[in-house]
Design a protein around this ligand. Structure first.
Ligand code: SIN
Length: 328
């Protein structure tokens, strides 16, 4: 009888322990290709911290910067396969999944970042977040980086200065056409290879934002940077349909709110950091920042802008009109 009582108490204790035990939090992996001291790097860390604060008993966000886990070309597949749960690729890297986002690569489309922001907040801009839905991807929001500048081994003042030069580009046909328009040679290469390609002079130049040029030290191996502001480099924070729809509704809401706040934080940093890193580059004395005259800039506009026509059918004229309207 005593033994039976002991057995019953032991079973009761075990059941109690199992019921009271906390399940380990689920890991959410956020992979990206840039440095931590960039708008995207800071946004991902903010998201990690907000999740820890608000729902840390259920989820832990691990951030993998600098192409540590997956680089360009691999991160979207990894997302769809469920190896990672969040990425924020440049809008130029989605062309395999949708042609509509190519709009962001049209040269000289937006006059400044405020216009980019207005377009992204518009109905047309918001609708583009759903353009990859059919491919298993959910666009959760835009994140700014900034306008792109041209860096090179030689000074680039007018389009003919780029003639025959090799430029690294992101995986975008629009960007390829943009460089072909100035008789340059575009090469699609992952972000993680750019520094070495520049350092070894395997390529002559590249286009990027101030924060990427600074954080990845491109300015140390590119003696000239032309302040062209010829295009935008922004991001779409993306998850997979499978992961997102598989979350309990309440958890999804908490994660989305944390993400929105992290994106707002990243956007604020993007504004400030662009100008700060521009100054850091000037102060370094390693690279000369070239300011174009209006007449010189106009030459780039005239040669590059006809690229719009080549992609008008794929992107849609009404979308292009909506983006142009955001400049007012
Ligand atoms: C990024 O900002 O995510 C990378 C941009 C690039 O590939 O040049």
């Amino acid at each position: 009888m005593k033994n039976l009582q002991k057995m019953v108490s032991a079973i009761t204790l075990c059941v109690g322990m199992v019921a009271g035990a906390q399940a380990a939090p689920d890991t959410i992996k956020f992979s990206h290709v840039v440095a931590e001291n960039t708008p995207k790097g800071q946004m991902a860390l903010k998201f990690r911290d907000l999740v820890a604060e608000r729902i840390g008993d259920k989820y832990v966000v691990e951030v993998y910067p600098n192409s540590q886990l997956f680089g360009d070309g691999k991160e979207m597949e990894a997302l769809i396969l469920g190896d990672i749960q969040f990425i924020a690729p440049s809008l130029s890297k989605f062309s395999k999944y949708t042609k509509q986002l190519q709009i962001y690569d049209l040269p000289f489309l937006f006059k400044d970042m405020a216009a980019v922001d207005r377009f992204q907040r518009s109905e047309a801009g918001q609708a583009l977040l759903n353009s990859v839905q059919g491919k298993g991807l959910t666009g959760l929001g835009y994140l700014h980086n900034g306008l792109k500048q041209l860096s090179a081994n030689d000074p680039l003042r007018v389009p003919s200065d780029a003639d025959g030069k090799k430029f690294r580009i992101m995986s975008s046909d629009v960007l390829a056409a943009q460089f072909e328009a100035v008789d340059a040679v575009p090469l699609k290469k992952p972000f993680s290879e750019v520094f070495t390609l520049l350092q070894t002079r395997a390529i002559d130049g590249q286009e990027n934002t101030w924060s990427n040029i600074y954080s990845k030290k491109f300015f140390e191996v590119q003696p000239y940077i032309t302040e062209s502001n010829h295009g935008v480099l922004d991001y779409m924070v993306t998850t997979s349909n499978e992961f997102w729809s598989g979350l309990p509704d309440a958890d999804r809401d908490v994660l989305k709110k944390a993400l929105d706040e992290a994106v707002a934080h990243g956007n604020q940093i993007a504004n400030e950091k662009g100008m700060k890193d521009r100054q850091n580059i000037i102060d370094s004395g390693r690279s000369q920042v070239i300011t174009l005259t209006d007449a010189e800039r106009q030459q780039w506009v005239e040669v590059m802008k006809p690229v719009w026509g080549e992609f008008q059918e794929q992107i849609g004229q009404s979308l292009i009109d909506a983006a142009v309207a955001s400049n007012q």
